[in-house]
Design a protein around this ligand. Structure first.
Ligand SMILES: Nc1ncnc2c1ncn2[C@@H]1O[C@H](COP(=O)(O)OP(=O)(O)O)[C@@H](O)[C@H]1O
Ligand SMILES: [Mg+2]
Length: 421
């Protein structure tokens, strides 16, 4: 039948076409396979290290921040970082280890890693943190682009290699950035410490001079008043410098060092309140203490904390209002409460009360000038560190009815007691 004579060759043609296309596909696949051999990423990195580094160098030098860096600087630890990564890729890894790594919880090396040494060199060479980040971006990109160009990425093992490579680069990058930030912060803190010590010497001389004036009975009362003002101001400055030194020495390390021995908090607090009354005769400061208030604490540090809280309560409250200081005792802890009248403080501000760096960082640019911040705002940070060193806690509440209340809770015994106590 005519229909059959027409359809048969068509079917045949379709069959032939299919056969040809399969053959063609296989041919191309075989050719591709021979052109792009399979090779795992770690072997690829090791056998193409020079090429990768060259490619990376070229790629990195096109990045804006790296334009002025010389070739030798660009290359230094990248090779070591890559070798470490290749070794890591060869080490069998459980899924949980992979998850840990992706969360930045991977194992920490005892000695400096290549990425950390790299960061230290970059700080010395004057690189910015953006430049160090850009280097890792370039390294990741160079390896993956070259690998994809030379090797056909098809198997599950290849995908796994890529995931692990990315994790390893992320780890190296965060090690580098952490070291970079630590080194800069340490340098800044050292700078502040030196500044603090340098300022203290002339400050001591000013204070001594003022005391000599105050003891000179032959001076007219106007000169004595000036002498008293100089003495009070130098005392305040000394407190600020002390806070600054505490801030700079504790900001990175293990906190404020304390030397606890048996002291009476009632006596310490009463002295601080008396001193505040002397300096602010116009203000009413009430003080109540109950219960057993002796225990193992660092007396000088507790006096510093109480003094910061009480002077804040005076300084930051409405003029002429009362400041209440309360010390009480319970079986587990001693509670100090310092209360003053002040406008309600918004919760967002309360959250950064004890953290001057964060408080400063979230301040609008218009309020960041030195004039807008008469105080550095280190007092509460230092109080928190002193309380923390005693394993205590500090909190603040602000309500219309009660004003602002700071509450310090101290356990009776601190774990860092002196042995001879
Ligand atoms: N008792 C308080 N009542 C109201 N505001 C307070 C009180 N204590 C602290 N503050 C607020 O918290 C800020 C930080 O206090 P602090 O760390 O002691 O720094 P400084 O007193 O040098 O500003 C103060 O500037 C003030 O705005
Ligand atoms: Mg203060």
């Amino acid at each position: 039948m005519p229909t059959e004579t027409v359809t048969t060759p068509l079917c045949e043609n379709r069959f032939l076409l299919n056969t040809y296309s399969v053959k063609l596909k296989n041919y191309f696949l075989t050719t591709l396979e021979t052109q792009l051999p399979s090779m795992n990423l770690s072997d690829f990195i090791r056998s193409n290290l020079e090429h990768i580094l060259q490619e990376w160098e070229e790629f990195a030098s096109t990045l804006g921040p790296l334009e002025d860096a010389n070739k030798f600087e660009l290359r230094d630890h990248a090779g070591a970082v890559l070798k470490t990564i290749a070794l890591d890729l060869d080490t069998p890894q459980l899924e949980q280890q992979s998850i840990d790594k992706s969360k930045g919880l991977g194992p920490q090396a005892i000695e400096d890693t290549a990425a950390e040494t790299h960061a230290a060199d970059r700080v010395a060479a004057g690189f910015t943190s953006e430049q160090v980040m850009a280097e890792f971006r370039a390294l990741r990109s160079s390896v993956l682009r070259l690998w994809a160009r030379k090797v056909e990425i098809t198997t599950a093992r290849d995908i796994q290699d890529m995931i692990r490579f990315n994790e390893a680069i992320d780890q190296a990058q965060s090690e580098s950035m952490a070291r970079y930030a630590t080194m800069l912060r340490e340098a800044q803190n050292l700078f502040l410490t030196i500044l603090g010590h340098d300022v203290r010497t002339p400050l001591g001389a000013i204070s001594m001079g003022a005391q000599v004036l105050l003891h000179d009975q032959s001076l007219p009362s106007k000169a004595l008043k000036v002498g008293l003002r100089i003495f009070n101001s130098s005392k305040r400055m000394d407190e600020i410098v002390r806070d600054l030194l505490d801030f700079s020495t504790t900001h990175l390390g293990d906190g404020i060092p304390i030397d606890p021995h048996t002291v009476d908090l009632r006596e310490i607090c009463a002295n601080v309140v008396d001193e505040a009354r002397t300096y602010h005769p116009d203000r009413k400061i009430t003080f109540q203490a109950s219960g057993s208030l002796t225990g193992a604490w660092d007396g000088a540090r507790m006096a510093q904390a109480f003094s910061n809280l009480i002077s804040n309560a005076i300084q930051h409250s409405l003029p002429g209002t009362e400041v209440d200081v309360n010390l009480s005792d319970s079986p587990s802890e001693v509670l100090l409460e310092v209360k003053n009248c002040a406008d309600v403080i918004p919760p967002a501000k309360l959250r950064t009360f004890f953290d001057p760096v964060r408080r400063f960082a979230i301040r609008p640019a218009s309020e960041r000038s030195v004039e807008a911040n008469a105080n550095l705002g280190l007092g509460l940070y230092v109080v928190k560190e002193i309380v923390r060193a005693h394993d205590g806690t500090i909190s603040v509440a602000s309500t219309v009815a009660d004003g602002v209340t700071f509450s310090v809770r101290l356990p009776h015994l601190t774990p860092h007691r002196r042995i001879d106590d």
